[in-house]
Design a protein. Sequence first.
Lengths: 413, 141
Amino acid sequence: MQVKTIVLAAALSIGPSLLHAQFDFRIDSRDVQVHSFASQGLLYSNNNNYLTMDTSKGSLALTDFGVNVSTAVTDKFRVGAQLYDYNMGLLGNFHPQLDWAYGDYKFKDWLGIRAGKVKTVQGLSHDVQDMEFLHTWALMPQSVYPMDTRGDTIAHIGADLYGDIGIRKLGSFSYTFFGGTRPNDANGGYLYGVDTMSHVPAPQGGFMYITGQTKDVTYYGGPIYGADLHWATPVKGLLLGASYMFQDITTTGTYTKPVVVPYKLTTVKDNATNFYVEYVLRNLRFAGEYRAEPKIVQLNQPSGVLVQGFQDSRSGYVSLSYRFTKWLELGSYHSRYIDNWPVTHSDPRNHIFDQVFTARFDIDRYVDFKIEGHFMDGACIDGVLDHGFYAAPNPNGLAPNMHMLVVRVGYHM
Amino acid sequence: MKHLQIFLIATAVGICAAVTASAADIKVIANPNIGASSVSADELKGVFLVTKSSLSDGSHVEPVLEKDGPVHEAFVKEYLGKTDSALQTYYRSLVFTGKAAMPKTLAADAEVVAYVAKTKGAVGYVSAAASTAGVKTLEVR
């Protein structure tokens, strides 16, 4: 499997460069652009298996790639689509998906509409979190940008209203209003986690996996809507922003044990609020984000009894990076996830803290190489969702601390 | 010894002058179909950050960049407030979310002038010394 992964990643990386000359062409005097990217990761942790990969033994099971085609049909109307595929441990499994595909009509600079499958704008990097070549980091702060649930959260099928408004002395504002439905990533971390999360904390530490109740969860989705506002302030290099998103998510499937009955989890309340800041001074970049997501859900037990669950998660990070030369950038971030805010924050069962140090090397304009150290405290052992630390790939329980080395090679054109 | 110091300093200053450029060394050029004869610095920034697709006179515009070099570095720094690396990352974030196409990038002044001259709505920049036959020069307010 690992050999296959390496061969596939190498082919994906080399192939486009060989075909570079063919990737821009014209149809009826309009430029058509084709762009692609691919990346391959290696993760090695001193304990625990992270993101469903066998990281404690060293895992190469982190591969992704995508290709997009776009063109301007008129000066105001653009169309495009991107195909994306990934494998991450037990997730993804190389099932290609339409990442985005939409038409974009810009009436004025201050008003445009995009409709189709659109990447959701939320916070600093939500819509570009999966493109490693855009970031200093090999893994984005997982508190705010969890890779394992990417397929469920990164886009919506619906529409955006957007625009840019410059107000001379006040800088400029970019706004996006979005609405639509969440896609269902059948091979993503959300369904996998709900399927396998039947676990409780064990008296001796770690957790026990309950096999008395199993389910096959097949669908996740529902309407979402929200807004994002970026403000490029009059202070050179300083950007401030805020986002709000409301979600009404339904998860369905079937209990397969102890009785075969329908499973249904619905959102009673789920709204996410983000605040973020970015400051760039020449080659220095500082960024920070904070997200609050209180939610109330309701699910049926196999007995038919309805149970309500409450979770008030908070997450955020601060990061600092500096580009020394065209080929070298160093950076660090501190990421924090608190699964349930009213519960003791210092309890490793309720938090994941991650201190990260990264070196990024840009081999040339199209190829980057990153080496990154993670020093993680806490694993959210009894969290409502798994946040990278899943029960099934850790049958002997989870240690509260973990160190991890991540190496990632990426290509784009 | 003193003469040697003066010589070294003069050489260093000369080298710096040769490899760096400032806003004064840059001409902003446009296709003659564009009605405006000047643009504000904010408008110019909007054009090159692809947040502005038309000028105040209603002309549709598209940016044209130089691939690298002192004029490119100076333009990106002075007018866009970014480094080249940050600008490329910015463009890629638009391209890989479908929000914009990668702007046309050309290797030298002459290529930029030739492309701008034949492309409706094109706006580019070249060194102040470059020949700009066939294009109009925009004053930056």
